[in-house]
Ligand binder design. Structure first.
Ligand code: ADP
Ligand code: MG
Length: 620
């Protein structure tokens, strides 16, 4: 048999290797930014077109490269950063494998201009898919400008696999922020399709965090400082009252490199013990400096995990240092630990006057009659003001009641032994009893009697379903009314969050949220949905951002669905809200006019039936 093994040609090997280093445009961004930092740059400018699919350009004022180096840097295992294996144990650069540029050049059109300080003129090199196209002398400033165009042009499968521009730019912003936060002394800028997303000048750590996440971040930060033999810890943690539902702003940097560590994250979370509201996550920006020999740096270039020699000790140090800081800045007593979450001031009912459900008795009032007879109050922020644009599709609903609402008589529970026990009831309790056909239990359930028994409805889930279907209609067909604000509402979100909001802007306007300005650090809202109050707008948007976890789904359908679910969940009346009879009635009517009254948008059961047979069984 003839020999069949061959060595792969370099460009094929590079293309294969590229798959590991370059998963998406953001991976290129990371490698190029890191190279600029390794080259000692003090200013790094990143330019992106079409979320990196068309162009990723990094310009730095670092060391630049000689003509020979400019050619060599695209070879595999070509690096200036290590010379021998021992160097691996004392590594202070981001890169060291000499793989990134070779990989990137294998799968894109790369254009490099570079000049070291000592040279008069620079080198201009073009490489397409590992193949040198041109090399010429050029005039260029000291430093390096590297442009990566048409990423994956020769691997269509990979190119087609890329996500929408919204998703890809999000990943790029993520990488950019990580690098920018790790190196506040370096100036960075980021432009996308001609828009400036970040312009960060050389600053302190605190200033950099504020510059990246917006002006309001400053007041939220508590400094952390600890110097031990094992680790030098510095940075900031967020005050507990600003903890968010999303895990967005959580950063560990080890020796100026962003890392993820669920274990250390746990240490931080532990330091906040008892200080956080349920399911919220504190922000943190923690910088650890550890002797390079005590960590395993031989990790995969695209991975963000890291191995420490003594993780356990690190955990303890982190936890106690943060605890100490939180205590020192006396942020601890701000929260009310005993607060029952189910009794939290409900969303739409914050400003509502509490009304007692059963005191005002109208003996002729029949909640099962046509809606025209109902005393539907209208007013902002209560259940009755749910836009009543549902078509009555109430056969199913009314069927539950046939037989009892015919006479103009309010049905009461028939007790077999009425005559005997009758004397036990006072006039007053009897009056209340007569109204038992609909009432609220524990400010949470609406109980209603039906032809065959009892209907028990979870008010929050019911309202969520109603709002969800209404919002879907608003977003896709008929825009909702918006209440104009007397003074525009100014809110502050991070650039990344603003990107998500911008992507959702059209849909948000359909539901009544009108932006007059939507840019970083400057969001101005001039109209809000009629169901929420001005003060609730921020929470609503935060919840929304958490639900999108900073990714905009590809399909418009999923996007609308996530949006409607998130808003419905925020706007619905919570358990703990007292509803008056009309509101209870209205909620029930609206629920059964819904397309799917059985389950809330998250698939949870909304109501349960207790038939008289069920009841009879209880008395056997
Ligand atoms: P690594 O960073 O692992 O060494 P790369 O493929 O990223 O490998 O880069 C190869 C080499 O090219 C680097 O070691 C460095 O000498 C040089 N280089 C890359 N980018 C720059 C830059 N922006 N400025 C100066 N030199 C650079
Ligand atoms: Mg590198």
């Amino acid at each position: 048999m003839s020999d069949i093994i061959q060595l792969l040609p370099d460009h094929v090997a590079n293309q294969i290797a590229a798959g590991e280093v370059v998963q998406r445009p953001a991976s290129v961004v990371k490698e190029l930014l890191e190279n600029a930092i390794d080259a000692g740059a003090t200013q790094v400018n990143l330019l992106i077109k079409d979320a990196g699919k068309t162009l990723i350009q990094v310009a730095d004022n670092g060391s630049g490269m000689s003509t020979t180096d400019a050619r060599l840097c695209f070879e595999r295992h070509a690096t200036s950063k290590i010379k021998q294996a021992e160097d691996l144990f004392n590594l202070n650069t981001k890169g060291f494998r000499g793989e990134a540029l070779a990989s990137i050049a294998a799968i894109a059109h790369v254009d490099l201009k570079t000049k070291p300080e000592t040279a008069e003129v620079g080198t201009h090199i073009k490489i397409h898919g590992s193949e040198l196209i041109t090399q010429e002398v050029c005039v260029t400033p000291t430093g390096t400008i590297i442009s990566v165009k048409n990423l994956f042009y020769n691997i269509p499968a990979r190119r087609n696999f890329l996500k929408s521009n919204n998703v890809e730019i999000r990943h790029i912003i993520d990488e950019f922020q990580r690098v920018a936060l790790a190196h506040p002394q370096i100036g960075f800028s980021l432009h996308h399709n001609g828009n400036e997303l970040f312009q960060l000048s050389s600053s302190s750590y605190r200033q950099r965090i504020v510059a990246v996440f917006g002006g309001k971040t400053n007041e939220k930060l508590v400094p952390v400082e600890e110097d031990t033999e094992l680790v030098k810890l510095s940075g900031f943690v967020g005050k507990p009252e600003f903890a968010k539902k999303s895990r967005g702003e959580q950063f560990f940097f080890v020796n100026h490199r962003f890392i993820k560590s669920p274990y250390l994250n746990h240490a931080v979370q532990a330091a906040y013990e008892g200080l956080l509201k349920d399911k919220t996550h504190p922000s943190y920006f923690l910088y650890l400096e550890i002797d390079a020999s005590r960590i395993d740096i031989n990790i995969h270039p695209t991975k963000t995990e890291i191995k420490f020699d003594d993780e356990h000790a690190l955990y303890a140090i982190l936890r106690s240092a943060i605890k100490h800081s939180l205590g020192q800045f006396s942020v601890a007593p701000v929260l009310d630990f005993d607060k029952d979450p189910t009794l939290e001031t409900p969303y739409s009912f914050k400003e509502k006057q509490v009304s007692q459900p059963a005191i005002e008795v109208d003996r002729n009032f029949n909640p099962f009659e046509a809606e025209t007879k109902q005393h539907v109050k209208s007013g902002r922020g209560n259940a009755s003001s749910i836009p009543n644009s549902f078509k009555k599709n109430s056969q199913t609903w009314e069927a539950l009641y046939t037989g009892i609402s015919d006479e103009n008589e309010v049905p009461t529970i028939e007790l077999e032994s009425e005559e005997v026990t009758g004397s036990l009831f006072t006039e007053e309790t009897l009056a209340v009893k007569e109204h038992l056909d609909i009432f609220q239990l524990h400010k949470k359930y609406i109980i209603s009697s039906t032809k065959t028994g009892l209907l028990i409805i979870d008010q929050y889930r019911a309202h969520t379903r109603i709002l969800y279907e209404q919002l879907l209609i608003n977003i896709t067909q008929a825009p909702a009314l918006s209440q104009q604000l007397l003074f525009p509402l100014n809110l502050s979100f991070s650039a990344q969050e603003v990107e998500v909001l911008s992507a959702l802007k059209d849909s948000l306007e359909q539901i009544g949220l009108i932006f007059s300005l939507l840019e970083k650090d400057n969001i101005e809202i001039v109209g809000i949905p009629t169901l929420i109050s001005e003060s609730e707008t921020q929470i609503l948007l935060e919840q929304l951002l958490a639900d999108f976890s900073l990714e905009i789904p590809e399909s418009g359908f999923t996007q609308t669905d996530v949006l409607a679910k998130s808003l419905a969940k925020s706007m619905a009346v919570r358990a703990g809200t007292v509803l008056n009879i009309e509101e209870q009635q209205h909620l029930v009517n609206q629920l059964f006019a819904c397309k799917e009254p059985q389950v809330n948008p998250f698939g949870k059961k909304i109501y349960s039936m207790l038939t008289s047979t069920d009841l009879d069984k209880k008395f056997m």
